[in-house]
Design a protein around this ligand. Structure first.
Ligand SMILES: Nc1ncnc2c1ncn2[C@@H]1O[C@H](COP(=O)(O)OP(=O)(O)OP(=O)(O)O)[C@@H](O)[C@H]1O
Ligand SMILES: [Mg+2]
Length: 449
């Protein structure tokens, strides 16, 4: 549609340009005819002037009469030059020009000859030559040719004007048709654009409505899930406490009647119950992270990291770990949540470097194009197989044996959730036995519920 409107406009402009050109030619045709008439009349007058000068000189012998003759000589040649291109363009013009020029030449030759005779003192001879009537005949013929030229020029001009008039009429009609077509196409285009805009508006409204509905459904689903998690946790705890309690009672009351294996089984039942209790706690913790209200403030991340590492050292004084903390790393964040995330990352680093001599943990920032701040926690511990990087942040996914490195596999899942709630991203790099680096960005303008 847009292409056809553009085409119509181009045609309209082309048509107007051609019309203007035709109009200019139309005006010029008139001027050209008038030019031919003017120049030929002037030529005739100059011939008469030349003849008048010659006659005066022959009759009086006074040189003063030759002045109009001399002036006419250059004027005649100028008129002939003016006529040449204009008359040549007229049908039969070249023929007329040839005849006129030879008559002018003949006339001027007679005039020059008689003046020459008179100058030589032979006035009688000169007058006799005039009396032959040859000069008059030449003048009459020249008049006749000039009249023919003027007629031919007038006819040619009139026919050219008539042609151009027809062209102008056609152009005007075409211009009118194209203008109407342009306006119509423009109106159709405007109508379509309006219709498209209305459709887009209605689609947007529809989309917003859908998003609102989905959000309501999602919120409802989240609430249901939370309620479910709570009731599951609560309902699971009671039988769990029962199992654990009875296993304990079994050992306490009937321990002497059990053999070694029986006692070991009872111990395993108790350990399983303790582990399941931990899992339930972590599950509830993850659900709390999801629900907690975000309270943003300026947080000194470096200070938080230093404090957490001090606690880790206090709990495990036997370990020699070199901790490097980049100073002055600050961010706008929820202090409690970000402390919990940093705690999880540093606990992991501490845990997975347990078997490393010369263990190191580093906290620093890294450049990142997308977010205002990007931090990482790096260690030189056990590392992990990079093929499973995708699993790291999923709840209860562990890449290490619980016997070797204890844990429930919920830490990084809650880190990811906390960072996402700060509008950030999390990712990990590592290699088996080559340490691990966990990155996170914070984009607090984009905090999420
Ligand atoms: N610094 C690290 N070095 C090597 N592996 C890591 C490191 N951090 C995490 N992982 C791997 O990712 C898994 C998931 O980590 P996550 O913190 O979620 O669980 P966890 O530490 O095992 O248990 P939890 O944190 O719940 O006590 C870990 O079990 C481990 O396999
Ligand atoms: Mg952990």
């Amino acid at each position: 549609m847009l292409a056809s409107v553009a085409l119509l406009l181009i045609l309209f402009v082309a048509n107007v340009t051609l019309s203007v050109r035709a109009y200019v030619l139309y005006e010029r045709a008139d001027v050209s005819t008038l030019d031919v008439i003017g120049a030929s009349n002037s030529l005739l007058i100059e011939l008469l002037n030349a003849e008048t000068g010659q006659r005066g000189y022959l009759l009086t012998g006074k040189a003063v009469y030759l002045q109009p003759y001399d002036a006419a000589l250059s004027a005649i040649s100028a008129d002939q030059q003016r006529l040449r291109p204009r008359v040549s363009a007229v049908p039969g013009g070249r023929q007329y020009l040839a005849e006129l020029n030879s008559l002018v030449a003949a006339k001027m030759a007679v005039l020059a000859e008689t003046i020459k005779l008179a100058r030589a003192g032979d006035h009688a001879d000169a007058l006799r030559k005039v009396d032959t009537g040859e000069g008059k005949r030449t003048m009459d013929q020249a008049r006749g040719i000039i009249a023919d030229i003027q007629r031919a020029a007038t006819t040619a001009g009139a026919s050219q004007r008539s042609d151009l008039h027809t062209q102008l009429t056609i152009f005007a009609v075409l211009a009118a048709i194209l203008a109407v077509a342009d306006v119509r196409a423009g109106l159709v285009l405007r109508h379509r654009l309006r219709r498209a805009a209305t459709q887009i508006r209605s689609l947007n409204a529809n989309l917003e409505q859908q998003v609102r509905q989905r959000t309501i459904h999602l919120e409802r689903a989240n609430k249901n899930l939370e309620a479910f998690a709570y009731s599951v946790a609560h309902d699971l705890r009671t039988p769990l406490r029962g199992i654990s309690g009875f296993a304990e009672a079994l050992v306490d009351d009937y321990g002497d009647r059990l053999d070694e294996t029986g006692r070991e089984y009872a111990g395993r039942v108790q350990a399983g119950c303790a582990r399941m209790s931990n899992l339930i706690d972590d599950l509830l913790h993850l659900s709390q992270v999801t629900r907690a209200t975000i309270n943003l403030q300026d947080v000194d991340l470096s200070a938080e990291v230093t404090a957490i590492c001090a606690q880790l050292r206090a709990h495990d004084p036997g370990r020699q770990v070199r901790v490097t903390v980049q100073e002055g790393v600050r961010a706008t964040a929820d202090r409690t949540l970000i402390r919990s995330a940093l705690g999880n990352l540093l606990e992991n680093a501490w845990k997975f470097t347990a078997r490393r001599d010369g263990a190191t943990i580093e906290f620093a920032t890294a450049p990142d194009g997308d977010a205002p701040i990007c931090c990482y926690v790096r260690d030189n511990g056990a590392g992990f197989d990079p093929a499973y990087t995708g699993k790291l942040f999923q709840p209860f996914q562990r890449l290490h044996d619980t016997g070797e490195f204890p844990g429930t596999g919920i830490g990084l899942a809650s880190v990811r959730r906390i960072i996402e709630r700060h509008g950030g991203r999390t990712w990990a790099e590592g290699a088996v036995d080559g340490g691990a680096t966990i990155y996170f960005t914070l984009n607090t303008e984009g905090t999420h519920e």
